[in-house]
Design a protein around this ligand. Sequence first.
Ligand code: BGC
Length: 757
Amino acid sequence: MENRWQREIELLLKELTLDEKIAMIHGNGLFCTGGVERLSIPPLYLSDGPMGVRGEFLNDKWIPAENRADEVTYCLSNSAVAATWNRKLAREAGQVLGEEARGRGKDVILAPGVNHKRTPLCGRNFEYFSEDPYLTAQLAVPVIRGIQESDVAACVKHFAMNNQETERLYVNVEAEERTIRELYLPAFEAAVKEGESLSVMGAYNLIRGHHCCQHPELLQKILREELSYDGLIVSDWGGVHDTKEAAESALDVEMSVTDDFDDYCMAQPLKKAVLSGEVKEACVDEKVRHILLLMCRLRMIDIVASKGKDGTETVSVRPGKGRKTGSYNTPEHREKVLRAAEESIVLLKNEEGKLPLKEEKRKKVLVIGDNAVRRQALGGGSAEIKALYEITPLMGLKMELGGNCQIDYVAGYYVPEKEETDHNWQEDSLKGEEGARSEEDAASGKKAALQEKQRLLREEAVSLADSYDEVIFVGGLNHGQDVEGQDRESLMLPYAQEELLMALLDRREDMVIVLLAGSPVDVSSFAGRAKALVLMSYSGMEGGRALARVLLGKVNPSGKLAETWVEKLSDYGFSKEMFPGRELTEEEKKRMNAHLTENYREGIFSGYRYFDRKKKPVAFCFGHGLSYTDFIYEKMTVERKEKQEGKGFVLTVKVTVRNTGRVAGKETVQLYLGEETVSPENPVKELKGFEKLSLQPGENGEAVMYLTEKDFAHYQEKGRGWYIRSGRYLLSAAASLQDIRLQTGIDIPEEMGNYFI
Ligand code: BGC
């Protein structure tokens, strides 16, 4: 990334005292660092998070600061962005977030989260994109670029291997190098190299015995040296545990959740360590350099150097010229969020053309399910948002159907509300009392009463189901399960929804089932019986309207799954040691400052790579998503061009697709690559390209995708590098992982293969 400020930064650094430098490298508020007033260096203002710009807190307390006009555009979660498979919409999602962050006066927006979805149980999956590193990278890069158009830094998080919430601050991760390189680092690599993310957040967990936020190898060797990264590295809130290790690592800024700012590791304890000679001041300087560089890049400051009469150079700091002002809550933002929400909806099943709902059958509609009326914005943990408004599915249906239709609502199931506490969960998160407790847990003592309540609501809904033209169920998960700080225990639908669904299907086999969820749920009992099954994730303030437009056929669904929906959790074959980890011995606990250790024994066979290899049936495969129209894949051509120098090549793959149905629609053409005779250590196939086409009825279009030799390479432990093996490969153009439409062989002859890139 560009650094034309080096000389000025060095001059300014010389002006700073140790106290001033120390002030800059740690939190001086829950969401800001210290500035240096004497030299006009401002603090950095940071804010969560992926679904919009979070509401303001008091500087030193987790108490919402009232009257700050901090309601914002509620954006899509990354799980929803991923389901669009649309780079342009991802860019727009980033633009909205960046513009709003700047509009709210922020310098760094703590997003996007790009962690790999290793298990469907991770509470934060809704904040992440996919179980496929390529798809994650392809969508995270435009999000980052979009954010940074507004002179705001994206902060890609959580680096790295932060794949569970259970014991998130004290879980150690062990995995083979190949696994790390092929699944867990690529999205971060793309984020900093292609996305040029101006900041990165470390993860809470440990990798191979070291906490990520102060990890010597991860931050220095991999991020700084291998990836040539000179952006800002900020800790996760409370992720720093040791002054010396943090100071000597490549971490730049320590943030935490408590208000004892001077006691943070990189505050007074670090000053002492520098004064006693235990830590070199040069370590502090390096961190300040990165902060100043970020400020210059964001046009927060201009550092002006001038020569005095005696030839000595001095510097002064001025507010940066021409920094974008941003804006929030604009109609354009809402429009962009609506368009993205529409494309994020996935039609999982649609038998007998059940959807879109027929016009003549829309006179009397019954909507059932808490998610039809639930406002989701204010949940999830640090991703919570004070939305300017949120259109729920029920409201969306009413808005889109208009006044000639009778729409009634019953809950069908009951969601116990969380007990109010005077504590913010984030404040407690370092004490091990993590996460917003699940709403069901909170009510565990009242189980019998709860069951009775569920029965009554169920019976009410079932008794009504016959007397309507259409019945639409909107259930799934909410932020009681899709939440920071805790993982789910199972894939089962909460709140007795399964019983409700079975009873409803007995009455109304034509019922439309909509699931709102940030992660897969077990649909094995009812998916087979359902005629129409629709999935939406947390899709922002216009989500309900987007859903209604899809159900009514005003929008043709085009979302595709960004992760596998398994039949049952046990299909993953995870032992306790693999997830959520085994308890460490006392000696290990002390040595590592950790509680659990988990081994990613599945290696690279994560998500679809596992199910594809094992030929295990799944409920809905990766990449699956239906449309109201049909697409035929007519032709696939591959053109190969050798590189002028070296052994590399570029393949241009063109796939022609025709819309053979009666309505316009969008199709995501997916490109998978694998060996023709698959070696035991490799996946059968992997996603290497995709392109979304928009086609009118009868129209054909061409998806053009490019592959290079790197796409054929796998990481080899021995050579510690990416190795291309000669042989025959299969390239598949597909509508989903399992719906391969066209295939062609590609040869890498002996003389072209068997080498490290
Ligand atoms: C989360 C981060 C978040 C930070 C600040 C932490 O608990 O892990 O993703 O950005 O808090 O709220």
